[in-house]
Design a protein around this ligand. Structure first.
Ligand SMILES: [Zn+2]
Length: 280
């Protein structure tokens, strides 16, 4: 698979080794059509799994890596990969619109996708241990699969969805004697999210901003999946216009044109546009 090697902050175990390096190829027209058409029917976490599954590969293994692999990655690693995907497909600069929570003013923030990706975490391995009072909690970080499993609950009861993600992430909860507790107390559900956020800070991309209208500081969040998908879906008409233009001019087939990356396709469409004097 063509692509670039990228490093994710968390990592994954493969053949007994902890690894952080994966291969990622930029979105091509087929992926854009997927996001504009069937992908829109999927819930967000499932859409991210499907998108990454198409574009990811592992060193020395058949490509693409597939849904099982992208689903098992932590929320933070998936976020990092989406930022890398944005960078290698459309470029590094991003413009994000934040809304001031105090006065509703909208402000545009210029960002760099590569600046938002965190470096490798200080630890290796997928299992963590926390002592909460008299209890020992063994847990792993929430994965794409956990988020997908909680999806049916999200709309009706977001708190239940969060508890479901936590319940799935706990490997064991034991008392001072090492015996599993019959029921996990509420305090564990309260404290675990903070510990997980410390271990996987990439899971939430926070943007510090100051409102130009009311001068209040606030923290906005960037959802990399939402950002990338909106960017693709908003230029869906342009994609079809470019396919039409290239097919008419070069007589390439639709599958051939859709196998180009967005940048390649736009380049050719611009060349055709300037050669024919059209708008492109
Ligand atoms: Zn404001």
């Amino acid at each position: 698979m063509d692509g670039v090697e990228v490093v994710i902050p968390g990592g994954f175990e493969r053949q007994g080794r902890w690894r952080r390096s994966v291969w990622l190829r930029p979105l091509c027209g087929r992926d854009e059509v997927f996001l504009c058409e069937e992908g829109r029917a999927l819930p967000p976490a499932a859409r991210t799994t499907a998108l990454l599954a198409r574009c990811l590969a592992l060193e020395g293994e058949p490509a693409p890596a597939g849904a099982g692999f992208s689903r098992a990655l932590s929320a933070g690693d998936r976020e990092a990969l989406l930022l890398h995907l944005r960078r290698i497909t459309f470029g590094d600069p991003m413009t994000c619109v934040l809304v001031c929570p105090a006065c509703g003013e909208k402000l545009e923030v210029d960002l760099s996708a590569s600046d938002l990706v965190l470096g490798p975490y200080q630890y290796e391995g997928g299992e963590h241990v926390a002592r909460l009072g008299a209890l020992t909690v063994r847990f792993r970080l929430p994965t794409g699969g956990d988020l997908e499993a909680a999806l049916p609950l999200v709309r009706g009861d977001p708190a239940a969805a969060e508890r479901e993600v936590l319940r799935r992430s706990m490997l064991s909860v034991t008392d001072e004697q090492g015996s599993p507790v019959a029921e996990v107390p509420g305090t564990v559900f309260e404290e675990l999210p903070g510990l997980m956020a410390e271990l996987d800070p990439q899971a939430e991309v926070a943007l510090e901003a100051r409102c130009p209208a009311c001068d209040k500081g606030f923290t906005g969040l960037l959802d990399a999946a939402q950002y990338l998908e909106a960017e693709v879906v908003q230029s869906c008409d342009r994609l079809y216009r470019e396919v039409h233009l290239l097919a008419s001019h070069y007589h390439w087939s639709e599958p051939e044109i859709l196998s180009l990356t967005a940048r390649q396709r736009r380049r050719y469409a611009e060349l055709v546009g300037s050669a024919t004097g059209g708008a492109g």
